[in-house]
Design a protein around this ligand. Structure first.
Ligand SMILES: *[C@@H]1O[C@H](CO)[C@@H](O)[C@H](O)[C@H]1NC(C)=O
Ligand SMILES: *[C@@H]1O[C@H](CO)[C@@H](O)[C@H](O)[C@H]1NC(C)=O
Ligand SMILES: *[C@@H]1O[C@H](CO)[C@@H](O)[C@H](O)[C@H]1NC(C)=O
Ligand SMILES: *[C@@H]1O[C@H](CO)[C@@H](O)[C@H](O)[C@H]1NC(C)=O
Ligand SMILES: *[C@@H]1O[C@H](CO)[C@@H](O)[C@H](O)[C@H]1NC(C)=O
Length: 398
């Protein structure tokens, strides 16, 4: 790749024209309506999809959905006949799915526009009358995370496999170094900083933080992020970088010569057995959820009030059918919840506490002893001191 440009544009491969104000030839314009049959093929996230006529093997523009009537305009990767799964490598505005009968059109002005069924323009390439004369998806997997002007772009994880809306992890290239962030209040926190890691590797040279693919000979292809990430067995042009819903940074490489098992996970930042480079899995925030101790890349123990116990995925959860902690009682308090909502209604104190025990979002309960009224509190913050000792709060222990 010569000059770095936006990742989405690269995948779309919008061909810039030499002469300004040229128009898209009639035969290359299209308008596709999101309706009708789905393609009969397996795709990532158990998605169903409709194919738009913009293809550049192994890529194709599609409308896909994982929930009824909520589609994303996306590029899928995988050859049409392959028995391997098709993966989603790019999506137009993940926060804003479109409905049945949405359209994607590419008109004479060279702008690719996504319009919802009600006529709302949801997304466009913003290339109207910029001399674009065609649209093409290239056989290329190069991805760069900043534009020509040096503005930063963020790669944001999905919330989960089934929910494509923005998740809590993001990758940003700052001062030409990749940095991973996890959302936190009041501001996102760094959980991977390439320059710190590079310093411990003893490499002094500063290199641009771009994701590039280059062919060393006809056999191996190298992916680098300033330094070598991985050498793939096959064409690294057909590789893509993904920030997973659990915050790992991975590279998938596709082998378009084979029918089955065409995908290989060629890199995982937090996987300990990478030959080239990795960060300890114990620095991945999601490794031992919700709260555990990680040692030698494995979750090994749970911290508890009585010291550590053996690891279990229930570690640190303050909820569950067998969870019955001693709550801290505060007498003579009310809360905005008791003031403005009905809560769970009338319940015995035992039942009120039991509901909080099993509810992982419950941080404590508010209880009116004289009326047996019960509230489960997903946030507590401020307790309002009142002159009524029968109005109490029970706070779950940490
Ligand atoms: C994506 O959609 C959201 C919600 O409609 C909107 O606020 C946002 O500006 C859109 N982003 C882009 C890049 O179009
Ligand atoms: C899509 O548009 C067609 C033609 O206007 C209409 O018959 C159909 O009911 C629409 N589908 C939905 C789900 O709105
Ligand atoms: C990453 O680490 C470098 C070197 O320690 C430091 O100068 C830089 O500020 C860090 N970046 C972030 C975003 O924390
Ligand atoms: C790679 O393949 C090309 C064309 O098949 C050939 O001309 C070239 O010599 C090969 N290079 C190496 C390093 O094997
Ligand atoms: C990978 O992409 C580069 C640049 O677009 C191209 O020259 C090369 O032929 C591609 N490799 C393969 C195996 O297609």
């Amino acid at each position: 790749m010569s000059s770095p440009i936006f990742f989405s544009f690269l995948l779309l491969g919008l061909a810039g024209a030499a002469v300004a104000l040229d128009k898209v030839p009639e035969k290359d314009r299209f308008r596709f309506i999101n309706e009708g049959e789905y393609v009969d093929a397996i795709a990532e996230y158990d998605a169903t999809y409709r194919a738009v006529s913009v293809v550049g093997s192994p890529f194709q523009l599609t409308f896909y959905n994982t929930t009824p009537n909520a589609y994303k305009l996306a590029i899928r990767m995988g050859t049409p006949r392959s028995g391997s799964i098709r993966r989603w490598v790019w999506e137009a505005n993940r926060s804003r799915p479109v409905r049945e009968n949405a359209t994607v059109s590419f008109g004479a002005d060279g702008n690719l526009v996504l319009t919802d069924a009600d006529g709302t323009v949801v997304w466009s390439t913003g290339t109207a009358n910029k001399g674009v004369v065609g649209i093409q998806i290239l056989h290329s997997g190069n991805m760069v995370l900043y534009d020509k002007k040096g503005g930063t772009a963020k790669l944001v994880s999905r919330k989960s496999e089934s929910d494509g809306s923005p998740g809590i992890y993001s990758l940003v290239v700052q001062s030409e170094e990749p940095i991973l962030y996890v959302d936190a209040s009041p501001k996102p926190l760094v959980y991977f900083n390439n320059s710190v890691v590079r310093a411990t590797f003893g490499s002094g040279s500063k290199v641009p933080g771009t994701f590039t693919c280059k062919s060393e000979d006809n056999v191996t292809y190298e992916l680098s992020f300033g330094y070598t990430l991985v050498v793939t067995k096959y064409d690294s042009n057909l590789s893509f970088l993904r920030l997973t819903p659990d915050g790992d940074l991975i590279v998938y490489t596709y082998d378009d010569r084979v029918e089955f098992n065409a995908w290989e996970k060629t890199f995982s930042l937090f996987s300990p057995d990478q030959f080239f480079f990795s960060s300890s899995a114990c620095y991945k925030p999601s490794k031992c959820l919700p709260l555990g101790i990680c040692d030698g890349e494995q979750c090994v123990a749970c911290p508890t009030a009585k010291g550590t116990t053996g690891w279990s995925p229930r570690c640190g959860t303050r909820c569950g059918p067998k969870y019955n902690p001693s709550y801290t009682k505060v007498t003579g308090v009310e809360h905005f919840l008791t003031q403005y909502s009905d809560g769970e209604g009338r319940l015995s104190l035992g039942e009120c506490r039991r509901r909080c025990n099993v509810d992982c979002n419950c941080l404590g309960i508010l209880y009116y002893e004289e009326t047996s009224q019960c509230w489960l509190a997903p946030i507590l913050r401020t307790l309002n001191k009142v002159n009524e000792p029968k109005h109490v709060a029970y706070i779950k222990p940490y």
